[in-house]
Design a protein around this ligand. Structure first.
Ligand SMILES: C[S@@+](CC[C@H](N)C(=O)[O-])C[C@H]1O[C@@H](n2cnc3c(N)ncnc32)[C@H](O)[C@@H]1O
Length: 219
């Protein structure tokens, strides 16, 4: 997969995939998009410790770093399972500017996270444990149950095969009752598929550049 680093409008990096003509984040700002969609509309709407989080599409690790910062602020323990099929190369993650421009990322954590082994539990800090699973979303096999899912696959128009009722019903089974799934999209077909799998689906305000996004709850 041919990729290049790009700057978004808020000064944070994203990765652009040439073959798909798609970037990992909104060009309006990777940081502000992740902060809005996954942290403010996801992480901060659940209060549990420990919190078990599943991220679909680890990518640059931006969502994980923001979750680490916020979990330290409110002093909760986190178990974070991330699925990724195409991990970034050292030459790519070594250039990401997140630690330089975001306050509160413990020094060296981004590199430590990317260099952590795949398929093994790893303590990023005393209270933040990660497990990176290198697999395809369609055949992933996360252990345990989750309170929060960050669904961050490429857009449904670009990769419709990753937005199917099969995947959503598997996720439904992996989420604890009362747990939620958040995604940056508000696409009607995605909402309807989530509902058909049993989720209660809300449209909530989206990040800059998008009216709405999805928050789905397992009831
Ligand atoms: C929108 S980006 C995720 C951005 C990421 N959450 C971040 O904070 O940088 C989508 C991610 O899904 C990964 N991906 C694409 N196809 C996949 C597949 N079939 N299975 C698992 N991961 C896949 C990509 O490599 C990319 O990292």
């Amino acid at each position: 997969m041919e990729r290049e680093l790009r700057l978004t409008e808020d000064g944070s990096h994203t990765v652009y995939v040439t073959g798909l003509d798609e970037s990992y984040h909104s060009i309006h700002g990777a940081l502000q998009e992740s902060m809005h969609v996954f942290i403010n509309q996801g992480f901060h709407t659940i209060s549990r410790s420990p919190m078990h989080i599943l991220e679909i599409g680890l990518g640059t690790g931006l969502n994980m770093m923001l979750t680490l910062i916020e979990s330290e602020k409110i002093r909760i323990e986190v178990y974070y399972h991330a699925v990724e099929k195409y991990p970034l190369e050292p030459a790519e993650f070594g250039q990401l500017n997140f630690e330089r421009i975001i306050d509160g990322i413990p020094s060296g954590s981004l590199l430590k996270m990317h260099e952590a082994p795949w398929g093994k539990q790893f303590n990023l800090t005393e209270s933040f444990s990660i497990y990176k699973e290198q697999s395809d979303i369609r055949s992933m096999d996360p252990m345990g149950r989750f309170d929060l899912v960050y669904y961050d696959a490429f857009a449904p128009d670009k990769q419709p095969q990753l937005w199917t009722p099969n995947i959503f019903s598997k996720l439904y089974e992996l989420i604890n009752p009362g747990g939620i799934l958040v995604s940056y999209t508000a696409k009607g077909s995605v909402r309807r598929d989530l509902v058909s799998c049993g989720f209660k689906v809300e449209r909530v305000p989206g990040p800059p550049g998008k009216w709405e996004m999805i928050r789905a709850t397992r009831i």
